[in-house]
Design a protein around this ligand. Sequence first.
Ligand code: COI
Length: 363
Amino acid sequence: MEFNQQQSQHPKSAEERAAILANPGFGDYFTDHTAVIDWTAGENGVGGQWHDARIEPYGPIALDPAASVLHYGQEIFEGLKAYRHADGSVWTFRPYANAARLNKSAARLALPQLDQDAFVESLRRIVAIDQQWVPTGDGEALYLRPFMIATEAFLGVRAARKVSYRVIASPAGNYFGGELKPVGIWVTHAYARAGRGGTGAAKCGGNYAASLIAQLEAEENGCKQVLFLDPFNNEAVEELGGMNVFFVTSAGKLMTPALTGTILEGVTRSSIIQLAKDRGMEVEERTITLDEWRQGIASGDIAEVFACGTAAVITPIGLLKNGEETIGDPDAVAGEVTMALRAELLGIQTGTVEDRHGWLERL
Ligand code: COI
């Protein structure tokens, strides 16, 4: 797909950019450009085509106040990162997996399918024009946020006939801020993330909007993330507000909740499963209950717990707060297996460990 390019007339100065890159945080700053591709449905909403691929200066979007995304939340997104290697080249990690997941989410949200090569090309184009924004610090990368929104001005409830796909980019350090250290997780019993036949497996804004009240609950209880249990029995561990969860047993087995249709199919999740298998670890994807977590920590059978995602990479979990009950250790140190998997994953992404699965794509 051909992209037209309109260079920003007001890019951030080299000094401003350097100040941001010195301490990027997560999600606070954006690069100078954005990639856009529009889609218009065919006659009577049948078929449709993508058109007007372009790179534009980063800035506010002009949207009709009746745009369906503003009323019915017809929106999906992805998250992946661009990493600078020692020779200056810039790479991304498994972009076709994100492209495939975007299309799965699109199907669920009645949005159009985007050609996977066009998805990867949009990343290539934004990184090419904003490559000075790719950080070089340890554990830092340029976070890429592709998203698709329904832009048609129409208040009837049906799939929009005008859609826009965009990519923005944001230099990123540790998602939780500061140095990497084990985080505390809050179990919500009041709220569920997904339901039968719902959007739990899709990466859509609505899932995250619905998680925010539970995330507030977590923060009020001194925790960084919220854990959702299954919506049917309120027993099985599903996922955190914005990441998947893993357990390492004292026998060296890796366990993670199975993908049941209510859990996001994380690209980091599937990469960790592969890396663990490569190490000869047994991996179980199955139902894990809150009670198993509780008893596993008490008996020592569960040695380590961690969260993972593109933004979180691999972040150790120190303790779980379940109302008045505390499971785990508030002064926990990061587990050995957790940190070894993290180092290997980051090593592949940043080019210091061999990419034996061919996961990297040069941008
Ligand atoms: C990611 O890890 O990329 C996510 O999308 C999670 C979160 C920041 C919403």
